[in-house]
Design a protein around this ligand. Structure first.
Ligand code: SF4
Length: 309
């Protein structure tokens, strides 16, 4: 893992009062640093690096900054969780396969009817393909996904006694199940620590200069070296939460971001606090979340059922 070009972080922001974040306000303690950073970003046109300009950040300093970001995110999103609705490992496996190329919301709106019709691997393995396709049609790519679901259900029935296995090596033998899906299932249904590198995770860790890798497996390996195993699953949820709510792909809401003083890419998005607040999504923007059945500590509203909004 090479050293990154970011320099040492400035005095990091203290966590802002939770309400200032959830109501869309910029981080209190980070406001000054964020403004300063924004001003110099405007002047130079470049992303602001935390710390002394021009001084490369050592690997150790990057690791400390990364862990600090993780701690800050833990305070911003104490309720971070997988955003797929599931009641058992089989449902999580199926929902994760369906989530390819669509939103978790659309999957959550589709799975209640799916699991009512096919509650077990045995039921799903015996499905009439055209009937299964109709049920999962709202998630897109429904023919390929139906093939995967029937195939993986048959493999569970025939090779694993109708149970989802709790080992990565077994999970990736199932049709349509790659390392990312396997890590989601292991981390959230079996309590096995795992880093899930999806599009949000990859984008954010590169913006934070934790890695320069593009390949998800290499990203996973480099991030795994920065954090203790016990943090891997929750770190994944926090980073994805931040990517979906604040640090968007096209227009990150830098002016409302509580970790702005720790971010070398501050200024890549909207720095005006008022405008940035309007970009916040889900509970941060006062909107419903993605889960129809969110965990009890989720501060936002549940998502609507399919066709209800
Ligand atoms: S929104 Fe993203 S790019 Fe902007 S300061 Fe926050 S983490 Fe950095």
């Amino acid at each position: 893992m090479g050293e990154q070009s970011a320099s040492q972080p400035t005095k990091a922001a203290k966590r802002p009062p939770r309400e200032s974040v959830t109501s869309g306000g910029p981080a209190k303690a980070s406001k000054g640093s964020a403004k300063k950073a924004g001003a110099s970003a405007k002047k130079s046109g470049a992303a602001v690096r935390p710390g002394k300009p021009g001084k490369p950040e050592s690997h150790l300093a990057m690791v400390r900054r990364a862990r600090r970001i993780n701690r800050e995110l833990a305070e911003v999103y104490p309720y971070a969780h997988p955003e797929l609705d599931f009641r058992n490992p089989f449902e999580l496996l199926v929902a994760t396969v369906l989530s390819a190329q669509t939103t978790d919301l659309r999957v959550n709106q589709t799975t209640p009817a799916l699991f009512a019709a096919y509650p077990t691997p045995e039921d799903m393995a015996a499905a009439v393909p055209e009937e299964l396709e109709e049920v999962i049609r709202p998630t897109g790519f429904f023919r390929a996904k139906a093939r995967s679901l029937i195939g993986l259900s048959a493999a569970l029935r025939d090779n694993f006694g109708g149970e989802v296995p709790g080992r990565l090596a077994d999970l990736v033998t199932l049709p349509g199940v790659g390392r990312k899906t396997a890590n989601v299932v292991l981390g959230n249904a079996f309590g096995v620590p795992g880093i899930t590198v999806d599009t949000h995770f990859g984008r954010l860790v590169r913006r934070w200069k934790w890695t320069e890798q593009e390949d998800p497996e290499k990203v996973e390996a480099e991030i795994a070296a920065i954090f203790p195993k016990s943090e891997w699953t929750m770190l994944s949820h926090r980073v994805v939460f931040h990517g979906r709510r604040i640090c968007h792909a096209r227009r990150p809401a830098c002016g409302a971001c509580p970790i702005a003083p720790l971010c070398p890419s501050y200024g890549e998005g909207e720095t005006d606090p008022e405008k940035a607040r309007k970009l916040l999504k889900y509970e941060m923007g006062g909107q419903p979340g993605q889960r129809l059945s969110p965990p009890p500590d989720y501060p936002g509203k549940p998502a609507p059922a399919l066709g209800a909004g």
